[in-house]
Design a protein around this ligand. Sequence first.
Ligand code: MN
Length: 179
Amino acid sequence: MSSEAVILLETVNFAAEKHRNQRRKDAEQTPYINHPIGVARILSHEGGITDIEVLQAALLHDTVEDTDTSIGELQAIFGQTVARIVQEVTDDKALPKHERKRQQVEHAPHASHQAKLVKLADKLYNLRDLNRCTPTGWSAERVQEYFVWAAQVVRGLRGTNPALERHLEELFKQRGVEL
Ligand SMILES: [Mn+2]
């Protein structure tokens, strides 16, 4: 049986390999892997989360949606629970974008506690990133619309982690968005 440190290194390495050629949408084209690492770190550092399967799922949360990774592959390497959490936070790419966004709002309250944690940290990371700099090609209106939509998702995730929810509440308040 591997130690948790070894398991986390295996997981972050897998994610780094999968996201190897991807960049974030900011002007500096930050390596994509900064995002899943940052999401896992929000959970551990700010959310006080030590559940290794949640931290692993955070590291892997965009691999199925944004790379060639399958849920079966995650299940074989990282086990049923980690694969299930990633599945829960993966949008159905066969659907048009507005429908995927609508489904996130609809599905949020029904997600497992572990998946809700990953979703909260993912939103917190992305909203902080939008405050840090506007993605290439985004207007101020598009940024504001993202906050309004994110608040609808977060509304369905409440009662999951007080610290993360407090930080999110503050970001919405700064934008005049009702949670
Ligand atoms: Mn993400």
